[in-house]
Design a protein around this ligand. Sequence first.
Ligand SMILES: [Zn+2]
Length: 281
Amino acid sequence: MPEFFYHIKGKDENSGFGNWGWPPIFAGKVEATDRAAAKALLEEEYGRTFPTRVMAKDLASNEFLLSIKEIKANDHYTRRLFEVQTCGYCNCEFTVIEKYTINEPGGGFEFCSSECARMKRAESDFTFGNETWRDSPPVIYRITNKTTGQCYIGKTRQAFTLRWYQHFFQAKDTKFHKAIKKHPITEWTFEVIEIVSVTELPIAAVDAYLTEREAYHIAMHQSAVTGYNTQGPAEINGDLFNQEDPHAEERTPAADHADQPPPGGQVQPQPLALGEEGTPE
Ligand SMILES: [Zn+2]
């Protein structure tokens, strides 16, 4: 016998889904020979009749709206609403249909609730734009060839060890990656040279600030001139950086620096223009 998926929505003109609220007040499935028989079964079960469409002029006199459709064999989405899922955060078992009936619209198929979805996001180190920056802030790193002293400067919001891995095992066709292929991994060092404090910044300003910090270090370490960075500070950060950075004008051709090790050690963050909405520490 065919199965029919139904939901009964209550009136809610502020729902954002037209005139009817979401999630539905009741939802489930019934077996019936056809759609009309399914509707009759439901009306018997709930002890009242339901409209399946309500014209705008009749809104005032109707509190509920019934939607009903046959669950076709290939309708995996609807079938999945009834299947038991395991919450990706708290491990409890739930069905999406149960969530409708307790008025919990969040978390989709992955989480039992909006709260579990939020907690999981907060745990992740790899999600942009959430609280975890406070635990795992973005960094500027330097990868140095121990033999030649040449280096590459990069920035990442990921765990920096992941970025290290990506450089070495997801090689692209840049001068840095060509050098990586030529030298054994034991010839390289990886350092975090600045932990970039972004907690005071509005999210929209974070990317620009990271780029400024990266450009600053590329200029400091001459890594686009004598090292492996493809783009110099002005190329990645524009004229703004050149105005701000006292070292930009000191850049000289590679030959002049070939016998000098790159400058090392900690570099203090410099105040760089961010406009009025964000002020670095
Ligand atoms: Zn959960």
